[in-house]
Write a protein that binds this ligand. Structure first.
Ligand SMILES: Cc1cc2nc3c(=O)[nH]c(=O)nc-3n(C[C@H](O)[C@H](O)[C@H](O)COP(=O)(O)OP(=O)(O)OC[C@H]3O[C@@H](n4cnc5c(N)ncnc54)[C@H](O)[C@@H]3O)c2cc1C
Length: 426
């Protein structure tokens, strides 16, 4: 089914049918669940004029679908949520996901970091496969229909949109999180879950740029550093450390390393960044001390620039250290040298916050894991109601982990409905 068919000139709402399942949200989780649960009458209700808008911008339009690694390794990329995801990942693994797309003519290869991207394709090709599979499976997709309420009546669910009320045996909440709301996922799922009494944990933006208080590098936007250690301190106690690439922005730090740590930061935290790294901080210090000692009468910035430290960045660090920009290695006092080396190996930033939901790639928090059956994604309290994808209290690192979680949780819910694990017919 094309977006056009499903969104414009559509048929009148089929309000007399009792659907096997109504899936709320036409993102990757919702669409995959719909085509995998095929066999019954499946309706996808999507709020936006077309499905999969967020999917189309994943991986900068290329879609980092999943990652290399064992299930055990995968589980380490979802913080506290990894254990909860184990049955979903075992039931529908990264290899199963790649095989699904391969069977439909879309091939993926892993890059040097283990991230899988379509070989010759784009994120929109991933969406096309899902939509084609839904069409083949006879799934009805209705776009431009935001769901406003779910009610339970006599063994059935009533799902209310602005225009109509639909009836179903099962309802699947696949509304995504609250991040990047322009794509349609704006937190509606939390309200809908709450209406049916499902607990929702505190939510917040995750995987977004970190904003720095009194940021000293606003003129250096675009300068990037590979594989730097980022250590987060709260009340003088180290609470997290990650390593990753970063890029300086106009008001803080972005790039995979910053995105990873962003889910843990709070305003007032101190974020230490090692711009120059060795095997550890000590070896980095020694390397820089030796480099400066050997520089003799040459300028500090020239000598360090030869070690692939961007010269504009060095000039700014010299300014911040109170060292003249044309200072030579031989004339650097021990105090000045130590200050400069400390800034290069362990620069302390004060966190102001994050860029927030507008650009966040994921949402932390969501429908509480404790309220959901781990092996089916069905609500423990409301039989027949399932939650899948990012609406759940699950968020992964960058690298394809969020899409894998969306597909794996979708597969569990679909399989549960089809195999009547829930005691209802699918
Ligand atoms: C810029 C960006 C890049 C990303 N890149 C990657 C990447 O490369 N790899 C990766 O693994 N993850 C990536 N992610 C994260 C990934 O896109 C999400 O985790 C994933 O899309 C979640 O899938 P979902 O189906 O649960 O939710 P969504 O994709 O958010 O889909 C939910 C759908 O539900 C609809 N909806 C919401 N409310 C209602 C309602 N009331 N009624 C009807 N429909 C409703 C929405 O319009 C939306 O279409 C990225 C995210 C962003 C923002």
């Amino acid at each position: 089914m094309t977006d056009k068919e499903s969104s414009t000139g559509r048929d009148a709402a089929n309000t007399n049918t009792i659907y096997t399942a109504i899936i709320i949200g036409g993102g990757p989780a919702g669409l995959f669940c719909a085509c995998r649960a095929a066999g019954g009458r499946i309706l996808v209700l999507e709020k936006m004029p077309s499905c999969g808008r967020k999917l189309c911008i994943t991986g900068a339009g290329r879609c980092n679908l999943t990652h290399t690694g064992t299930i055990t390794e995968f589980m380490t990329h979802y913080g506290d949520g990894g254990k909860f995801l184990r049955p979903a990942l075992m039931n529908f693994s990264p290899e199963d996901l790649l095989a699904f797309f391969r069977e439909h003519g879309l091939f993926f290869t892993a890059d040097e970091n283990g991230k899988y991207f379509p070989e010759d394709g784009m994120a929109k090709d991933v969406l096309s496969v899902l939509l084609a599979e839904c069409t083949r499976a006879g799934v009805e997709i209705r776009c431009g229909e935001p769901v406003r309420a779910i009610e339970c009546t006599n063994d059935h669910f009533s799902v209310k949109t602005g225009d109509a009320t639909y009836t179903a045996e099962h309802v699947v909440l696949a509304t995504g999180g609250a991040s990047y709301p322009a794509t349609g996922s704006a937190g509606d799922g939390y309200t809908l879950a709450g209406m049916r009494g499902l607990p929702v944990t505190e939510t917040g933006p995750a995987l977004c740029a970190v904003i720095i208080r009194d940021y000293p590098f606003h003129a250096l936007t675009g300068i990037s550093f590979d594989s730097v250690p980022l250590s987060l301190y709260r009340d003088n106690k180290k609470i997290r450390q990650v390593t990753g690439d970063i890029i300086l922005t106009v008001n803080g730090i972005s790039g995979p390393g910053a995105l990873h740590i962003s889910r843990y930061v709070q305003s007032g935290d101190t974020l230490h960044v090692g711009f120059v790294t060795g095997t550890d901080e000590e070896s980095a210090r020694k390397y820089l001390t030796d480099t400066i000692a050997n520089g003799k009468n040459r300028q500090v910035k020239t000598v360090l620039a030869e070690r692939e430290i961007p010269v504009r960045f060095l000039i700014r660090l010299l300014e911040l250290s109170g060292i003249p920009r044309d200072a030579t290695c031989a004339h650097l006092t021990k105090t000045d040298r130590n200050t400069l080396i400390r800034y290069l190996t362990d620069f302390p930033f004060t966190v102001a916050g994050t860029e927030g939901y507008t650009t966040a790639m994921a949402t932390r928090g969501g429908v509480a894991r404790g309220a959901i059956q781990q092996k089916t994604m069905e609500s423990k309290a409301v039989p027949g109601l399932f939650c899948i994808g990012e609406v759940l209290d699950i968020d992964g690192d960058t690298g394809g982990y969020n899409l894998q979680a969306a597909f794996s949780t979708a597969a569990l819910a679909a399989d549960a409905m089809v195999s009547e694990k829930t005691g209802r017919k699918a």
